[in-house]
Design a protein around this ligand. Structure first.
Ligand code: TMP
Length: 207
């Protein structure tokens, strides 16, 4: 049996990942693929517990290294329990965020040493990399404006504008470095136009 494809969806806060994840799932299913949708950090009961630890607003400051290692601990579990088994069965895995988010948030936002992320990526994922990444991109002020309307902010959403500016910059730099894998979708336009760009970006992988 052919292995499934691994597609990830990335972007800063408030760029419309949830709406577009459902849309992408529908497009893949219409093309006859069996699709598993999942997310990071999280995707298994144990990894969702780690997610909670990472997102909740605690009194104790979480060190950058603890945050990075927890991201990869959740990822190791998720890969082992969900992603690899699904791909091996020929299912397509559509994941809301993956390691590009670590490069963008921990590497960019927190200015952590990228070589540490690269090392963890190699050890934890071995050869697993996304076949395609759709990067929803919008100016930081646009995304944050949408997030502010949601109410309570999690530990990341409370970061400053300068943090999210670095996140966005790092995502865009990665897209430049990996143009065959990471496709930039302009998320600062009508939903119709966003979805038109998404359809175009999926053409190659579906043919
Ligand atoms: P979400 O709410 O968009 O699902 O993502 C949860 C938060 O976790 C989001 O603010 C980005 C952050 N995150 C990282 O900082 N590093 C990572 O590796 C991942 C997957 C998410």
């Amino acid at each position: 049996m052919n292995k499934g494809k691994f597609i990830t969806l990335e972007g800063g806060e408030g760029v419309g990942k949830s709406t577009n994840l459902s849309y992408i799932k529908q497009l893949l299913e219409n093309a006859g693929k069996k699709v598993v949708t999942t997310r990071e950090p999280g995707g298994t009961p144990f990894a969702e517990k780690i997610r909670q630890l990472l997102l909740e607003n605690a009194d104790e400051a979480i060190s950058e290294k603890a945050e990075l290692l927890l991201m990869f601990a959740a990822r190791a579990q998720h890969i082992n329990q969900v992603i690899e088994p699904a791909l091996a069965e020929g299912r397509w895995v559509l994941c809301d965020r993956f390691t590009d988010a670590t490069y963008a948030y921990q590497g960019g936002g927190r200015s952590m040493d990228t070589s540490m992320i690269e090392w963890l990526e190699d050890k934890v994922q071995e050869t697993l990399r996304p076949d395609l990444t759709l990067l929803l991109d919008a100016p930081v002020t646009v995304g944050m404006g949408r997030v502010d309307k949601r109410g309570t902010l999690d530990r990341f959403e409370q970061e400053k504008l300068s943090f999210f500016t670095k996140v966005r910059q790092t995502y865009l730099e990665r897209a430049q470095q990996l143009p065959e894998i990471i496709k930039i979708i302009n998320a600062d336009q009508t939903l119709d136009k966003v979805q038109q760009e998404i359809r175009l970006s999926l053409q190659d992988i579906l043919n």
